[in-house]
Design a protein around this ligand. Structure first.
Ligand code: ADP
Length: 397
């Protein structure tokens, strides 16, 4: 029996799950918050036991990793007796540039590549590397596996990933479209192939990952051929706080009118835009929908723009693949928002999609929401990035 620790380090956070790879059961999960700032806290959730909160200063990720291992082996709140029971660690890593198109066991070369991609993922890659090094120090000899968010997008053809800017910028700096949420798109597309009983060799699948961050991917035979995020996770769909696609001239225009720097405007496009920006209400889709239902016009405009963008991208990807066999919805909104799915699908009747409205009321489990007569299968497939990372890790060690 193999126990795999899955680690997802953000700039000031660390999320973890300990997964039994045989049963795929989560033994414990938790979150360290406010690493490196005041009020650091670990919330540990052992399955079948009460939550355990440790309020303790965490000056860096190394201390956070130590506290996580202490919690996992704690005699009252733990789920294992010795850290030696952890056979491998899988790390979510944001960016591998164009180097890796698959997960890989970490060695010095892998760490160098993660470091070389700091520019491409300035918030995440440094934290990811610190997490890897902290686990190496705490668990010497235990294999560490890096699972990259950009890996799935690496199979995109050149026509899909090139920006139409001077080619030298692609050559010199690697400026191209990479795509993100790759672990989720890869997991959900594979689950969709199994669940909808599609031909794994050549089926055409569109996955709509609709959460706070949102992106769409198109894949043929499980290989990504296009995806909506670009050089950074800002491109594509309208998200909780991110604008998605805009005319780049908007940046210059706001800079001039508001006397702001490019960095400041990019921060606005990342953190103050999306449904938050349009509605002025919230970045959380539940709040925006509640406001819309209470008659808030801007909330209505935000939701409509969000849905419209999803419909447009699906149309574009059907065109890109010259067809589609299945469309899958996943992540917070995709799994739970029955009305958003209804609205998106009502814009796709031209594809011969017929919705099973009863089935579409279900939430949070693998569900076929199209009728047997529907020309395209539509399903809800809950994403599980931690399980996907654990599976990749087990496959490599
Ligand atoms: P991320 O991982 O990118 O932070 P999630 O995939 O957890 O995001 O999705 C979070 C979003 O899902 C939130 O905006 C939340 O409002 C939305 N969401 C969750 N449950 C529901 C629901 N029942 N109805 C509508 N939206 C929901």
């Amino acid at each position: 029996m193999m126990k795999v620790l899955v680690i997802n380090c953000g700039s000031s956070s660390l999320k973890y799950q300990l997964i039994d790879s045989q049963t795929e059961e989560v033994l414990a999960k938790g979150l360290c918050e406010r690493i490196g700032i005041d009020g650091s806290k670990l919330t540990h959730k052992p399955t079948g036991k009460e939550d355990y909160v440790v309020e303790s200063p965490m000056k860096d990720h190394q201390i956070a990793v130590k506290l996580v291992l202490d919690a996992l082996t704690d005699k009252d709140h733990g789920v294992i007796t010795d850290i030696k029971e952890i056979s491998a660690v899988g790390h979510r890593v944001l960016h591998a540039g164009q180097v890796y198109s698959d997960s890989i066991v970490v060695n010095e070369d892998v760490k160098r590549v993660i470091r070389e991609c700091f520019d491409l993922g300035p918030l995440h890659n440094p934290a990811n590397l610190i997490g890897i090094e902290a686990c190496e120090a705490a668990m010497p000899g235990v294999p560490q596996v890096a699972v990259f968010d950009t890996a799935f997008g690496q199979s995109m053809p050149k026509k899909a990933y090139l920006y139409a800017i001077p080619y030298e910028y692609y050559e010199k700096y690697g400026i191209r479209r990479y795509g993100f949420h790759g672990t989720s798109h890869s997991f959900v597309s594979k689950e969709t192939i199994k669940f909808a009983n599609l031909n794994p060799e050549n089926c055409k699948v569109i996955v709509c990952h609709l959460g706070n961050g949102a992106s769409i991917s198109a894949s043929i035979g499980g290989k990504c051929v296009d995806t909506s995020m670009g050089l950074t996770p800002l491109e594509g769909l309208i998200m909780g706080t991110r604008s998605g696609d805009v005319d780049p001239a908007v940046v210059q225009y706001i800079c001039n009118k508001e006397n702001k720097t490019v960095d400041e405007v990019l921060n606005i496009l990342n953190k103050k835009s999306g449904v938050l920006g349009i509605s002025g209400v919230s970045s959380d889709f539940r709040d925006v929908t509640k406001a819309e239902n209470e008659g808030n016009e801007r909330a209505k405009a935000a939701n409509e723009a969000f849905i419209y963008r999803v419909i447009k991208y699906i149309g574009a990807y059907v065109a890109a693949m010259n067809g589609v066999d299945a469309i899958a919805f996943t992540a917070g909104v995709g799994e739970n928002d029955v009305n958003a799915r209804e609205k998106i699908l009502s814009g796709l009747t031209y594809l011969g999609i017929e919705v099973d409205h009863e089935a579409n009321k279900k939430r949070g489990e693998n569900t076929m929401i199209s009728t047997p007569a529907s020309k395209v299968k539509v399903c809800v497939i809950p994403t599980n990035e931690e399980l996907a990372i654990a599976r990749e890790t087990v496959a490599l060690v």
